[in-house]
Write a protein that binds this ligand. Sequence first.
Ligand SMILES: Nc1ncnc2c1ncn2[C@@H]1O[C@H](COP(=O)(O)OP(=O)(O)OP(=O)(O)O)[C@@H](O)[C@H]1O
Ligand SMILES: [Mg+2]
Length: 306
Amino acid sequence: VLDADGTVLEANPAALALFGSVAIGASGGTLLGRDSGLESLAGTVFTLENERDYRVDVAALPAGSPACQVILEDVTDELSEGRRATRYAALVVAAEESQRQRVARELHDEPLQLFLHLARRLENLGGSKGVPEHVSVGLDEARQQALEAATRLRNLARNLRPPVLDQLGLVAALRSFLADIEEETHLVTSFRVRGTPERVAPDVELGAFRIVQEAVRNTVRHAKAQQVSVSVIFQANQFALVVADDGEGFVRDEKAELGSGHLGLAGMAERANLLGGAVTVEAAPGRGTVVSAILPAGEAPPACAS
Ligand SMILES: Nc1ncnc2c1ncn2[C@@H]1O[C@H](COP(=O)(O)OP(=O)(O)OP(=O)(O)O)[C@@H](O)[C@H]1O
Ligand SMILES: [Mg+2]
């Protein structure tokens, strides 16, 4: 029990067992390793010398008493469950990224090269002496199709892991991604950068790119929109991403999403959370969808010397 100034008035046996000894008249904050007022202690979590975590709750005593009772709740298990879940989510995200990188490399090295090789052979065949006109036209069409397949594979590989993201950063990667979307769909895209574009930590750039990628893909797949706009707003130590479409919007049902394996929106939130940021989705039927994210910039990679 502490008085209004935070001075210890009384300590029960559990408190004595926890702290070893409690000096009546000492400051309650100091006991917890912090010299702060009672109000700012409430709700905070401390790790004590026994390496367990305690959440502080401050309760008023019956009317008329200026003192309050400070309750320490052992929340170690609750927190370690949360830490385990966060660690697990980070591992899943890392595994997914390395899988995408491997698939992108394999698409690039094998099927893409095969299609390019096929296109060259068809070109040579079509140009051979004595090939009738109608066969040569057919061979040229087949060559065009092989080149088209190669282009699609290249785009697929690029979206799985855009090399431009590592080389030139988020802004360039988003520009190139939106150019691909315009080419592949009927959507009109617009891209705006506010503030001074800066390179941010590589994992933050990748997370930001994935969030925009998923939001824009959702627009393509679900929104029946005409336009999608993407903005990146650089501020001191953090930046914001906004993806807005003029589609039909929706009513969010998180239970149904998880139950039916729709993981895009949940994945966006998880990624932002792992990076210390947050995502919000504003959507209403008939009024389009706006996905916003705020992410801390993290430590930028050192500038390239060459
Ligand atoms: N921009 C949007 N416009 C309209 N509906 C949307 C939009 N974004 C999401 N939705 C709705 O929310 C649902 C959940 O989206 P979410 O991205 O989580 O899953 P999904 O796109 O269906 O599957 P995936 O796991 O492949 O992403 C979608 O099925 C769709 O009904
Ligand atoms: Mg989706």
